[in-house]
Design a protein around this ligand. Structure first.
Ligand SMILES: O=P(O)(O)O[C@H]1O[C@H](CO)[C@@H](O)[C@H]1O
Ligand SMILES: Nc1nc2[nH]cnc2c(=O)[nH]1
Length: 233
């Protein structure tokens, strides 16, 4: 998508071997869903154990402000309700089971670790925890859709992440998800606000440094055998 470099960056972050996707594929670009999630399986084959997925999202929760960072505790896969799931088709037994569990999709220890690191960095005021809902896009939501999603239990809405999470969990990767609330979803017919991609990019730039700090500090604490040091004891 415009503004996504489309590169894989290999290196070390705070001493930990990492690969970063500079950009991602989206359903609305016309890719089949298996292609959208293909990089996750490549990461698995490269030996990756933990994935940190980030996104820009519209805030549905009325308590959220633009610039908040929501730790994803769960998701609503709306395209999945209509059969659009990246695991549809013959199951690749090399990666995982036919019917993977999703009630533990977002790793609770990693989420706790992100909260601890966020608090240490002084970010608690803008850190939240909530439910992310994926839609196909590329059109932003109508007012009625935003109201419905909020009633269904979604705190933020976007057009990515969930498919990658499903494939990551299928092959046993641990997942942390972070949504940057780049705009407030319009829920009121009197509102003059209009969702737009420019605001999304602008909010992203404003929080970029703090998000980098949050992720790099967290990565420093993740042990390669998937245990964590410094948390829960
Ligand atoms: O989810 P990411 O890729 O962060 O981007 C979000 O922002 C874009 C819309 O402005 C859409 O691509 C939506 O999914
Ligand atoms: N669907 C959707 N995706 C977004 N990405 C960033 N903001 C939004 C939004 O309001 N809605």
């Amino acid at each position: 998508v415009h503004g996504h470099a489309g590169r894989l960056i290999f290196g070390t972050l705070n001493g930990k071997p990492c690969v970063c996707m500079q950009g991602r594929f989206h359903l609305y670009e016309g890719y089949p869903i298996w292609k959208v999630t293909f990089p996750i399986r490549i990461f698995k084959l490269l030996g990756v154990q933990t994935v940190i997925l980030t996104n820009a999202a519209g805030g549905l929760n009325q308590d959220y402000k633009v610039g908040d960072v929501m730790l994803i505790k769960d998701h609503l896969n709306l395209p999945g309700f209509a059969g659009n799931n990246p695991l549809v088709g013959p199951n690749e037994e090399r990666f995982g089971v036919r019917f993977p569990c999703m009630s533990d999709a977002y790793d609770r220890d990693l989420l706790k670790a992100a909260q601890v690191v966020g608090a240490e960095l002084g970010y608690s005021d803008f850190m939240k925890e909530g439910v992310y809902c994926v839609l196909g896009g590329p059109s932003f939501e109508t007012i009625a859709e935003c109201r419905m999603l909020n009633r269904l239990g979604a705190d933020a809405v976007g057009m990515s992440t969930v498919h990658e999470v499903i494939v990551a969990r299928h092959c046993g990767l641990r997942v942390l998800g972070l949504s940057l609330i780049t705009n407030k979803a319009v829920m009121d017919y009197e509102s003059e606000e209009r969702a737009n991609h420019e605001e999304v990019l602008q909010t992203g730039k404003q929080r970029a440094e703090q998000l980098e700090k949050l992720v790099s500090t967290l990565v420093a604490r993740v042990e390669l055998n998937n245990n964590y040091c410094g948390f829960g004891d």
